[in-house]
Design a protein around this ligand. Structure first.
Ligand SMILES: Cc1cc2nc3c(=O)[nH]c(=O)nc-3n(C[C@H](O)[C@H](O)[C@H](O)COP(=O)(O)OP(=O)(O)OC[C@H]3O[C@@H](n4cnc5c(N)ncnc54)[C@H](O)[C@@H]3O)c2cc1C
Length: 429
């Protein structure tokens, strides 16, 4: 028996969860509209009305943006409050109940109840599970030494910034955007940063060889040392990390280490609830983001959905995608169900040295076509596969991103014209 009932339960106070709450409020969500989303009529057994929205998040802060945690917030240039989507009063004024420092411990999708860490049992009409992802922790010798950091939350950024005050040498493990951004931010603060990565160049795994070569040059030009094609073997030190030993045997002095080794979708609650999981580690969802349980949706980093745009199951870890999926789920809860088909968008800021934008999805491209000149710092790389544009990265050429987004969304057939993409007028395609 539930202690009370809500119309919509949102599990996870991150980018997706907050976007869903905002859109539910904007759409005038009530329990009646939530029934429209599921196609079922239901009544509240707790008898408390069950009309409102409950947003449950385990972190101490109201929902906030993570991107500043490796950029302006880490640099000390952006205040904590500026990272919040809204302050707590914003939610209260809109009758969105915000439960921070609270976890959903159990989800019973048959009874439509959630058990919170406060022991309260809440009945829900519809639910969004947006539990995000956790950092991928490497099991290596020395991994427990002091001075080793992972970065997901603002609190991690606080710890990195505090440690960096004393550190001279910082080693970053990984060639991802997190490692690149943190290396750039700390270099700009006067630290000596070395990146160790398996890839031949930073960001090449996601954005391709041409982009990788550009970012390698950019980072080196600003003083970041790059160790490419080498892995982490172990970390050494007495209590605190002092050295990084690479697979090649190379040793790097380190006063602190930041691990940019990726993230894993947080499916603990979903798995225990019996939701179907996907092959990419997320929660398996239909094209309109509903999970295997009726009336329960997923969004954000943990959402693995049938993409009509990409022709298969995809899972995407981008801020704007999490926001857009949260809004799409709200629309479904409000009664408008349609396949989620927005073109993925991502951006990265490498200190104030460069901002890059990306649209589409990483696939092994058959062709990488470069427009403009990386040497001039204004260029785009268009990724073509199967006669279609599948993705594009751009630095300083926003108009290319707009055209790329249009061509990807329309799945425009470019067969026989691929080479024209390099210097032709994209408007003409
Ligand atoms: C440092 C950093 C920098 C980034 N920079 C960029 C960038 O520049 N560009 C970009 O596009 N993307 C960036 N990203 C990625 C982007 O932030 C994520 O894709 C986005 O946050 C995903 O949103 P989400 O809502 O799915 O998950 P999250 O934002 O992770 O939110 C999920 C929340 O759910 C909570 N939770 C989990 N389980 C429960 C439970 N059972 N009960 C209650 N709460 C629970 C978690 O604690 C978490 O607060 C960055 C990520 C990080 C970590």
């Amino acid at each position: 028996m539930a202690d009370r009932a809500v119309g919509a339960l949102i599990v996870g106070g991150g980018a997706a969860g907050a976007a869903c709450a905002e859109a539910l409020h904007a759409g005038g969500f009530t329990e009646r509209t939530s029934s429209a989303g599921t196609g079922t009529e239901r009544t509240s057994s707790a008898g408390t009305g069950g009309e409102g929205v409950l947003l449950v998040g385990r972190e101490p802060d109201p929902p906030y943006e993570r991107p500043p945690a490796s950029k302006g917030y880490l640099a000390g240039a952006v205040e904590r409050d500026a990272c919040l989507f809204h302050d707590a009063a914003w939610y209260a004024k809109r009758s969105i109940e915000l439960a921070t420092r609270t976890s959903v411990m159990r989800l019973d999708t048959a009874a439509r109840t959630a058990t919170l860490s406060t022991k309260e049992v809440v009945e829900y009409g519809v639910a969004l599970v947006a539990a995000g992802a956790n950092v991928r922790r490497l099991r290596v010798d020395g991994g427990q030494l002091e001075g080793i950091h992972y970065l997901r939350a603002l609190g991690n950024a606080d710890a990195i910034r505090a440690d960096a005050v004393e550190a001279e040498h910082v080693v970053l493990v990984g060639g991802s955007y997190i490692a690149c951004e943190v290396a750039a931010t700390l270099t700009a603060l006067g630290r000596r940063c070395t990146m160790v990565m398996l890839e031949d160049a930073p960001l090449s795994a996601h954005f391709g060889a041409a982009a990788g070569a550009f970012f390698a040059g950019l980072l080196r030009d600003h003083g970041v040392e790059l160790v490419c094609g080498d892995g982490l073997e172990r970390l050494e030190g007495d209590h605190r990390v002092e050295r990084v030993v690479c697979a090649s045997g190379r040793e790097l002095a380190a006063d602190m280490v930041v691990m940019g080794t990726g993230a894993m979708p947080d499916v603990m609650l979903a798995r225990a609830a019996g939701l179907e999981l996907g092959e990419r580690g997320g929660v398996a969802c239909s094209a309109d983001l509903e999970t295997s349980a009726r009336g329960v949706w997923a969004a954000g980093d943990m959402c693995e959905y049938d993409s009509i745009l990409h022709g298969g199951r995809v899972r995407i870890e981008h801020h704007e995608v999490a926001r857009a999926q949260g809004r799409a789920v709200a629309a479904a809860m409000l009664g408008t169900r349609r396949p989620y088909a927005e073109v993925p968008y991502f951006w990265t800021e490498i200190a104030d040295w460069c901002t890059a934008e990306w649209v589409g999805l990483t696939e092994a491209p058959e062709h990488e076509l470069v427009r403009g000149s990386p040497d001039d710092g204004a260029f785009s790389v268009l990724h073509v596969a199967g006669g279609r544009l599948v993705a594009a990265l751009s630095v300083g050429r926003g108009e290319d991103i707009a055209h790329a987004r249009r061509l990807i969304a329309a799945r425009t057939d470019l067969r026989g014209r691929e080479a024209e993409l390099a210097d032709g007028d994209l408007e003409a395609f």
